[in-house]
Design a protein around this ligand. Structure first.
Ligand SMILES: *Cc1c(COP(=O)(O)O)cnc(C)c1O
Length: 454
């Protein structure tokens, strides 16, 4: 018989403020720069893209920011999310570790992404925005934002990378069910898209192209804004509800983590689970280690360089001070689509540079192996992205056993994999491979940044 233990909070115990780590950081991140002038960005530079309240949050330095009542009401559809003690996984690993996971797959979209989609939709609504545009790769962000915008009667236009649009039909169906419009990108809705299609009607699309289309549409219409699901400071801050709940749940469990682990795409779910524990490190001198786990095939944190780079692959966004592989880096097509991003957020990058967090890289096959073992032990089928966190838990458990030291580990199960079963099929059929990136390729993409002169 398997054994289960969950730690639940009541709605009344939900956090009512987000934690802004900027207030506690010993070194604040350097400012983002305008892509043209290379001067620090002012609020007016971002005004065509984002509502003012989110621009304020992006640069805010106060430690706590109130969560609006309307946002809390919608959070209550699935929050507080459970903290679960993974007894069966502990038994399987046979190491001196206690393992807990915070399960964000209970949200309607099946991942942590609605934690920021809802406040972003809300602040746009408050400022009278009628339409939002966004891009999505595999569809996780597009589906989360379509779930959120329909509460506020905002039209949403999603540009979905064409290959994924054709290969991953169910997230498209979710977007349609929640009433948003989704087109394969490149599309004929924008000048950027039309120009690409004219030259190459079969262009498979990329996240960079989709961002360009979404930004173009937002800039051209004063009633339309743009929204991003990771990387930016305000997005990371919205996700701190995850770790703030976990702090309270650890009190119920009468325990405390030595290690906190999150998978890493642009940094939002990692920040969400770990920043509130870093707060305890800052405030009370606790020594919890926070580990961001990226794919071996897209190693920006472990092998990238800390420098200014664009957030997109075309060079339209502001320049952000971050760990990057270069915006021209094309990550291999691993199945954790949400982790195929060349860079990281400014805050997470600064924390890594200052030695306040750690980074690790894991291979795709190691991840699926850990994910399947987790599903058989604990019942929940993890998203391919989340299996990166699980693989690192396996590594830490092995290390604890070798060293004979007891450890309490917390990881974020950022989403379930029920819309990603085609990836599991590929894994079982033996069609998945590990990819490595050569030093030369990394060097080449980074050297191309020298010409930016920043
Ligand atoms: C999008 C996504 C990620 C990666 O994004 P972050 O911003 O780094 O959190 C991880 N897990 C799931 C389930 C996702 O949908």
């Amino acid at each position: 018989m398997k054994k289960f233990k969950k730690y639940y909070l009541s709605e009344k115990e939900m956090p009512t403020q987000w934690y802004n780590i900027m207030a506690d950081m010993p070194n604040k991140p350097k400012p983002p720069l305008h892509p043209g002038t290379k001067q620090p960005l002012g609020p007016e530079d971002l005004a065509p893209l984002f509502p003012m309240e989110l621009i304020k949050q992006e640069v805010a330095t106060e430690k706590w920011i109130d969560i609006p009542e309307e946002v809390l009401d919608i959070y209550k559809i699935w929050r507080p999310s459970p903290l679960i003690r993974a007894y069966n996984l502990e038994k399987l690993l046979d190491a001196p570790v206690k393992i807990y996971y915070k399960y964000e797959g209970v949200s309607p979209a099946g991942s942590h992404k609605p934690n920021t989609a809802v406040p972003q939709a809300y602040y746009n609504y408050k400022e009278g925005v009628k339409r939002i545009t966004t891009e999505t790769g595999a569809g996780q962000w597009g589906s989360a934002l379509s779930f959120a915008t329909q509460f506020f009667d905002i039209d949403l236009q999603v540009f979905m990378v064409k290959v994924s649009y054709n290969q991953k039909p169910y997230r498209k169906s979710m977007i349609n069910t929640w009433g948003a419009n989704v087109v394969p990108s490149p599309s004929n809705l924008t000048e950027v898209g039309r120009a690409i299609l004219e030259k190459d009607p079969d262009n498979p699309g990329s996240l960079g192209i989709a961002i360009s289309e979404a930004v173009e549409m937002a800039v051209k219409d004063p009633d339309t804004k743009y929204s991003l699901g990771s990387v930016l400071n305000h997005v990371l801050m919205h996700q701190t509800v995850i770790g703030l709940e976990a702090l309270k749940q650890f009190e119920l469990a009468d325990d405390y983590p030595d290690i906190v682990i999150g998978c890493f795409g642009g940094g939002s779910n990692f920040a969400g689970i770990s920043f509130p524990f870093l707060k305890e490190n800052f405030e009370k001198g606790k020594k919890t280690r926070a580990i961001a786990v990226e794919p071996y095939s897209c190693p920006k944190l472990t092998r990238g360089e800390f420098r200014y780079d664009f957030g997109d692959s075309v060079g339209m966004t502001p320049l952000i001070p971050m760990y990057t592989l270069g915006h021209t880096f094309m990550p291999p097509k691993i199945h954790a689509g949400g982790l195929r991003y060349h860079g990281a957020g400014a805050i997470v990058s600064q924390l890594l540079k200052d030695g306040l967090i750690e980074a690790a890289a894991v291979h795709q096959l190691e991840c699926f192996d850990a994910g399947v073992k987790f599903a058989r032990a604990e019942g929940i089928i993890p998203a391919p992205e989340s299996t990166h966190a699980i693989a690192q838990v396996f590594r830490e458990a092995r290390k604890a056993k070798e060293e004979g030291v007891e450890k309490t580990i917390l990881f974020n199960l950022s989403g379930h994999g029920l819309v990603d079963m085609a990836s599991y099929d590929q894994y079982f059929a033996g069609n998945l491979h590990d990819y490595s990136v050569s030093d030369d390729e990394i060097k080449k993409n980074l050297e191309a940044l020298d010409s930016l002169g920043v």
